[in-house]
Design a protein around this ligand. Structure first.
Ligand SMILES: Nc1ncnc2c1ncn2[C@@H]1O[C@H](COP(=O)(O)OP(=O)(O)OP(=O)(O)O)[C@@H](O)[C@H]1O
Ligand SMILES: [Mg+2]
Length: 308
């Protein structure tokens, strides 16, 4: 960590505002490279360095994969800690909002395959991301996707009681919403299920307004929670008699049978019955020929170009 770096970087524009940092498109004046610079706020409540900063830098040190964002440099500025990343042109949330049409099935496959490959690199070394959502998935003009925002990433340890105060409501797994502190990397698979439906259907599948409303939205589609995802306290709750809906009918028949089968394996209350990254990658829905894959990836890249 050096101080003089502050002078090398010229901020161009603000591109993202998060809970723990502000991200700027920036020029590295030593070589003219465009980079992304996150200024991490140091809060009074922090005892030492902010934990999100430590988690992000520590996790990304161990994960090196083409579908995971890379840190170029970390340095201390005058009143901030700064993380410098490779620059990406957009994120999946911005792209979806700018889209003039629904994603094609092949586009969904190309997006999900890259997301899964990145997540495989995270899960395979025993980490869980804990905040997967479209705004944390970055995309460039080649149509390459990278997982970002590792500020909440932790090691998976079955003996550990984790905080429930992680992730983003709409993508939060039911075991967390129901107070179960012994969760695993399967909570990331729930978020992927939500993202998959969102790409196919065009809108978030469970857009709850509060944690309770979130559970009610899930219950209205999947029925009463399975006892396997309840905590000691939530096991005592009486849930309404939510009927289990037919997913095909619910989505108005617009989602293919193989996609419905995949969704049913992801949006599962019981985390141990929810499929893994490998099972997702091997599912029939994910199959696509390599020429189609390459063509579609370039197509996604051109959508990013159209945004600018
Ligand atoms: N390397 C990058 N290149 C381009 N844009 C980026 C990059 N990293 C982050 N961004 C943009 O900045 C936004 C916020 O970044 P990030 O999610 O890492 O910060 P955060 O403080 O954890 O945010 P939040 O609390 O909202 O999740 C992203 O959603 C994305 O739009
Ligand atoms: Mg974020």
């Amino acid at each position: 960590m050096k101080e003089e770096q502050d002078y090398y970087y010229r901020l161009v524009e603000k591109i993202g505002e998060g809970t723990y940092g502000t991200v700027f498109k920036t020029v590295d004046q030593r070589n003219g490279d465009i980079v992304a610079l996150k200024k991490v706020k140091i809060r009074k409540a922090d005892d030492g360095l902010p934990k999100e900063f430590l988690r992000e830098v520590e996790s990304l040190k161990y994960v090196s994969h083409p579908n995971v964002i890379k840190i170029r440099e970390v340095f201390v500025g005058k009143s901030n800690i700064n993380i410098v990343y490779e620059f990406m042109d957009s994120d999946l949330d911005n792209l979806t909002q700018a889209m003039q049409r629904p994603y094609t099935i092949n586009e969904v496959k190309v997006i999900m395959r890259q997301l899964l490959q990145g997540l495989q690199a995270v899960h395979s070394i025993g980490l869980m991301h804990r905040d997967l959502k479209p705004a944390n998935i970055l995309i460039d003009k080649e149509g390459t996707l990278k997982l970002a925002d590792f500020g909440q990433t932790r090691v998976v340890d079955p003996s550990f009681f984790y905080t429930l105060d992680v992730g983003t409501k709409w993508y939060k797994a039911p075991e967390l919403l129901l107070g179960n502190k012994k969760y695993t990397e399967k909570m990331d698979m729930w978020a992927l299920g939500c993202i998959l439906v969102e790409l196919l259907d065009g809108c978030p599948v469970f857009a709850g307004s509060t944690d309770f409303d979130q559970i009610a939205k899930i219950g209205n589609l999947l029925g009463k929670p399975d006892p396997a995802c309840l905590s000691e306290t939530s096991a005592k709750l009486q849930f309404p008699d939510w009927p289990i809906k037919d997913l095909k009918e619910h989505f108005g028949g617009s989602i293919s049978d193989d996609a419905i089968d995949l969704i049913k394996k992801l949006l599962v209350y019981n985390p141990s019955k929810r499929i893994s990254v490998e099972e997702f990658l091997g599912h029939e829905f994910m199959q696509i020929s390599e020429p189609e894959y390459t063509k579609t990836k370039a197509m996604i890249g051109s959508l990013i170009n159209d945004q600018h």
